[in-house]
Ligand binder design. Structure first.
Ligand SMILES: Cc1cc2nc3c(=O)[nH]c(=O)nc-3n(C[C@H](O)[C@H](O)[C@H](O)COP(=O)(O)OP(=O)(O)OC[C@H]3O[C@@H](n4cnc5c(N)ncnc54)[C@H](O)[C@@H]3O)c2cc1C
Length: 400
């Protein structure tokens, strides 16, 4: 094992959370190493609905033009369909951005963010697997990385876990069971790009059915993204054959049965097991912060996981920059952790609470039907609820 050079910050995970934190820190002058286990561009299981508020974050990251150059689809509405075909729509304009939401593959989006990080001065290491944290006097002071067959240690003042739901670093230091997590019967998520769907132009359509839900919307190059969650029991009954799960489970939804009738699959299926939703400790040990899905996994029906990833990356970068610059309120690792926790709660608590309530209806078709009927009847109720899943449109916490 060799010892790599020192950094101010090491970030594990090059998804939207990791890139957002890295770009923000590099723009503030920090020496940043970003470690990503895959080689980009790579496909990623996701609904690929980029919520309208992300446009402001892309602009702040200096990557808005690159995103539009990928020619994403513009999504002006999200329409929720109950199993029997009742619907309730949520216009993207309710989320306070002049632009609609975007439909863009994660291969394109994540690649553009990672390249921007590199251009901003971040040292980016791809094909590099973060295997563990380095601990010294109970503080995290770096990580070990497997890269081209050898293992190396890299040290930094602050380490950030942006490895998504696997929490590849935080899980080594945080052994307490998390009582706030909503653990459900095992679920499997699937995703593929499709040709020839009948999804309405400019719409992200969400379909509820027994044991889960799925989304269909346009992305670049005239393709549609189909991404859905089904119970592991139903998936087993379909012999884990994704096409069969679509036919026998997803198309129980009357609208999905119409829009998918003529569709065919244009990419390999991706599948992943889902453990549950909700939050983890965001500063699990001194010197380590968690962002994006490694901090909280918000329900996919909100289409706001990437927004939270970008926002939490920005929050963690702000708190970390204050610590590195020895600002009076953030001179110790304890103060850094406390400041980040407060900023995180202020920004995300309310929306996570609302989502845990809505989740109860999402997995039970009769409740979803009732909720859709109720919300379809009132624009103002629907608008208030939709906005509550996002929190404030601009965070109240920034640092310079
Ligand atoms: C079924 C489903 C549908 C969804 N649909 C949407 C949607 O339409 N819109 C939306 O906004 N959100 C959606 N989400 C949520 C969204 O995908 C996540 O919130 C978002 O990807 C979180 O970003 P992240 O950067 O935290 O993690 P990720 O995007 O998961 O990125 C983590 C990165 O870390 C890397 N990594 C992992 N382990 C290591 C390691 N040990 N060493 C180095 N690198 C590592 C991974 O390769 C990956 O590139 C959906 C989620 C699911 C499950």
């Amino acid at each position: 094992m060799t010892m790599g050079s020192n950094y101010d910050v090491i970030i594990a995970g090059g998804g939207p959370a990791g890139s957002s934190a890295a770009i923000n820190l590099a723009l503030r002058g920090a020496r940043v190493l970003l470690v990503e286990q895959k080689k980009f561009p790579r496909a990623k299981l996701c609904g690929e609905f980029i919520s309208p508020e992300c446009a402001d974050l892309f602009a702040r990251l200096g990557v808005a033009d690159q995103m539009f150059a990928a020619r994403p689809a513009t999504l002006s509405d999200t329409v929720f369909y109950s199993r029997t075909g009742k619907s309730a729509g949520v216009p993207s304009s309710w989320f306070g951005s002049a632009n609609g939401a975007l439909g863009l593959s994660r291969a394109e989006m994540d690649e553009r963010l990672l390249r921007r990080a590199s251009d901003a001065g971040v040292e980016v290491l791809e094909n590099a697997h973060a295997t563990n944290v380095l601990l010294e006097n109970e503080n995290v002071c770096g990580i070990t990385i497997k890269h081209h067959g050898s293992e190396e240690s890299f040290r930094a003042a602050i380490t950030i876990d942006a490895t998504g739901r696997t929490r590849a670093l935080a899980r080594h230091v945080n052994s307490k069971p998390n009582t706030k997590r909503d653990r459900r019967p095992p679920m499997i998520a699937f995703k593929a790009h499709l040709e020839n769907t009948r999804v309405a132009a400019g719409a992200c359509e969400i379909y509820f059915y027994r044991g889960g839900y799925g989304g269909l919307s346009s992305i670049e190059n005239g393709l549609s993204n189909l991404c859905f969650i089904a119970s592991a029991r139903d998936v087993r009954a379909c012999e884990a054959d994704a096409d069969r799960v679509v036919r026998e489970i997803v198309r129980q939804n009357a609208r999905a049965n119409e829009t998918l009738a003529t569709a065919h699959v244009a990419s390999p299926w991706l599948a992943v097991a889902l453990e549950g939703f909700g939050r983890h400790e965001v500063a699990p040990v001194k010197g380590l912060l968690a962002i994006g899905d490694a901090a909280s996994f918000i329900d996919p029906f909100t289409g706001s996981g990437m927004l939270m990833a970008l926002q939490s990356g920005e929050l963690a970068a702000g708190a970390t920059a204050n610590y590195l610059n020895e600002r009076p309120e953030s001179r110790t690792l304890e103060e850094l952790a406390a400041n980040y926790r407060v900023a995180y709660q202020r920004t995300f608590d309310a929306r996570l609470r609302i989502c845990s309530l809505l989740r109860k209806a999402a997995f039970v078709p009769r409740l979803a039907e009732l909720a859709i009927t109720l919300f379809a009847a009132s624009d103002s109720l629907r608008r208030r609820l939709a906005r509550a899943t996002r929190g404030a449109t601009r965070e109240t916490y920034y640092s310079s």
